[in-house]
Design a protein around this ligand. Structure first.
Ligand code: ZN
Length: 247
């Protein structure tokens, strides 16, 4: 991979929400965590000026369809790098991060990513031969599959923080520092717990206003299907709910 300024990067958040290609379930759930990390990662990379091709498939009838559709989207244009996000699972007793590349090549992005995950406290297991993995074998661009951590390891899940992992990956993939101008959503989220914005745009402390209209935000997702499903679920509980496109 050439370390030029503006990269075109394919991002794949592993697995589907339906059983066809459902990921590992342990202390957390792989398919959900790949989305959490992936959506944050994409925001950082785009903020850093790179172009992202999101090849994630949320629903597929078979595992083959899930994987081949990702490859089709990745190969539809020239990518500088293809990155697939996963979490490992064993029996709760293994822990650590590992990266798979074609023939175990030590791509600079793979080396940096593993080092950055190591800096967060995960055990650096290594860079391994992923030639037999469908995504690595069939994508044209230099590719790496990151097993971020073990989804069923108490050690890893104690260290795991989606925001910090996304930052580690963004800097590892690009070899560049995240500029200060790119917001750290974790800090934003923490502060917003104690404040809200009135109709007039005034930011006030949570307890200083009475008789206000409160809006409950459930969360955001990059997939229309997922947003629709959440909307329908809330509706079933008897609440009025609206789905908004915000960016
Ligand atoms: Zn996986």
């Amino acid at each position: 991979m050439v370390d030029k300024k503006r990269l075109v990067i394919g991002i794949d958040m592993g697995h589907t929400f339906n059983p066809a290609n459902y990921g590992g379930v342990g202390i957390r759930n792989e398919v959900e965590e790949t989305r959490k990390v992936g959506e944050k990662l994409i925001r950082y990379l785009e903020c850093m000026g790179h172009r992202i091709v999101n090849v994630t498939v949320d629903y597929a009838d078979t595992q083959e369809e899930s994987l081949s559709e990702r490859v089709r989207r990745a190969n539809a244009q020239r990518l500088d790098l293809f990155v697939s996000l996963h979490f490992n699972k064993f029996n709760g007793e293994r822990n650590g991060s590992e990266v798979y590349t074609y023939r175990g090549r030590r791509l600079p992005a793979a080396v940096r990513t593993l080092n950055n995950l190591g800096n967060l406290g995960f055990k650096k297991t290594g860079i391994f031969d992923g030639s037999k993995l469908y995504l690595i074998k069939n994508t044209k661009a230099p590719a790496m599959l990151v097993e971020i951590a073990y989804i069923d390891s108490p050690i890893d899940m104690e260290i795991y923080d989606p925001e910090l992992v996304a930052r580690a990956l963004a800097e590892g993939i690009t070899g560049q520092k995240i500029p200060q101008a790119c917001p750290n959503r974790r800090e934003e989220n923490n502060s917003s717990q104690y404040r809200f914005i009135t109709k007039d745009g005034e930011i006030v402390d949570r307890d200083s206003k009475r008789n206000s209209l409160y809006r409950v935000c459930v969360g955001g997702c990059l997939s229309y299907e997922k947003a629709r499903d959440i909307t329908l679920e809330i509706k079933e509980l008897g609440y009025t709910v609206a789905m908004e496109v915000i960016e």
